[in-house]
Design a protein around this ligand. Structure first.
Ligand SMILES: [Zn+2]
Ligand SMILES: [Zn+2]
Length: 397
């Protein structure tokens, strides 16, 4: 009950932080004001603070007496907003034109600040140091890679890490979780097909980039149907195809781009070579050349059984059995939290918003009452995980 009461006292403050951050959204690696607010508050709560990790990230460290040498439990929130123009008519709407917290990272930051404050009041109940990480640039820019490049795990001796995302498609107020892959790995690709332009009546004098490009789109579908074990999931989609300007000319160039997603780390590793093989060999069949650029997105985010069990246990304590929502499958969006889980055990989970307002949309918003629920789950998770930081090893899924 103690944690619940401590969080309840902070509820309005957490909502006020969220609104302040929501009004002043900042894009990836530009989270200067947000980072300033976070750093100042953490200092006020009695944390040791490191600013500027991974560019604009902020780390807060709470070291209970006598526990300094134990491995730490890390909690992570992301702070970046998106290039979306807010359409919500609310008093706390974005004041930064064209930029909006449309993925709930304002909520993540506010919830983790709430948890951090409560944990600072429970210092003597902690059995390991707590590290709160406010990460920059989760959206596409890979802020997690920058944080790791700055030596985050070694510097703070992190033993386990937890992250939370507000999620519309999980029932409201429930904690959505599963062992193993929760977010997909993603790989983007762009290609230019180079052929020979000719009059539409003389195909034999052309190298037709539309026909070659169309063949590539078709052949890419064989990756999921022929080259990958049918028990593993993968999707390859071509999202753009631009070629030609007039009906009676065969164009000498076509531009295509697409993305591949998978819930399997094994498939993720195979994808770049498969994409290259299928695209280049198909282009060759038509006598075309291809310039291919493969951009790796984020790896598969996979939660560890032990860490998931901790979140399950604290959710039961906080919300009862009905607070749990077991996910039956991996979400096909991707997350740079995956990089952390490649280094140490941990769990990535969801707090359900149960609404129709989709992430990344100009009308995204959520019921702010949920922020206290998230703060409570995060604080309880850190406290419970701190009790066994020296007893568990690598992820055993
Ligand atoms: Zn997002
Ligand atoms: Zn997000």
């Amino acid at each position: 009950m103690v944690i619940k009461e401590l969080v309840a006292k902070e509820k309005e403050t957490i909502i006020a932080w969220r609104r302040q951050i929501h009004q002043h959204p900042e894009l990836g690696f530009q989270e200067h004001k947000t980072g300033q607010l976070v750093g100042d508050l953490l200092e006020e709560f009695g944390y040791e603070v490191q600013r500027g990790i991974g560019g604009t990230g902020v780390v807060g460290i709470l070291k209970p007496k006598g526990m300094e040498h134990k491995r730490a439990v890390a909690l992570r929130a992301d702070m970046d907003a998106l290039t979306v123009t807010e359409e919500n008519q609310v008093p706390y709407a974005s004041k930064n034109p064209g930029v909006m917290h449309a993925c709930g990272h304002d909520g993540h930051t506010a919830m983790l600040l709430g948890a951090a404050k409560v944990l600072s009041q429970l210092r003597d109940q902690l059995s390991a140091p707590i590290v709160v990480l406010f990460q920059p640039a989760e959206e596409r820019l890979g802020g997690a890679r920058a944080v790791l490049a700055d030596g985050f795990f070694h510097q703070y001796s992190i033993g386990e890490i937890f992250g939370l995302h507000l999620w519309p498609q999980v029932p409201k107020g429930k904690v959505g979780l599963k062992v193993g892959p929760v977010m997909a790995g993603s790989i983007d690709f762009k290609l230019k097909v180079l052929g020979q332009q000719a009059h539409a009546s003389e195909p034999h004098n052309s190298i037709d980039t539309i026909v070659a490009g169309a063949a590539i789109v078709g052949a890419l579908q064989a990756i999921s149907s022929r080259f990958i074990n049918p028990l593993e999931s993968v999707v390859v989609s071509v999202g753009t195809f631009h070629a030609g300007e007039i009906s009676n000319v065969i164009p000498g160039e076509a531009l295509l781009s697409g993305t591949a997603r998978t819930a399997s780390q094994n498939v993720y590793k195979q994808l770049p070579a498969l994409l290259e093989r299928v695209i280049e060999s198909t282009a060759r069949t038509y006598g075309a050349r291809v310039e291919l650029e493969i951009v790796e997105g984020y790896p598969v985010t996979a939660s560890c059984a032990e860490s998931v069990a901790t979140v399950e246990q604290v959710t039961r304590e906080a919300l009862g059995e009905e607070g749990l929502f077991r996910l039956d499958s991996c979400r096909m969006a991707s997350e740079d939290f995956s990089y952390y889980l490649q280094e140490v055990p941990g769990a990535y989970f969801f707090l359900g918003l149960g609404n129709e307002r989709k992430l990344h949309q100009p009308t995204f918003d959520f019921d702010e009452e949920l922020l206290a629920v998230g703060a409570e789950i995060l604080a309880r998770t850190a406290l419970a995980a701190s009790k066994r930081q020296d007893s568990h090893g690598p992820c055993r899924n």
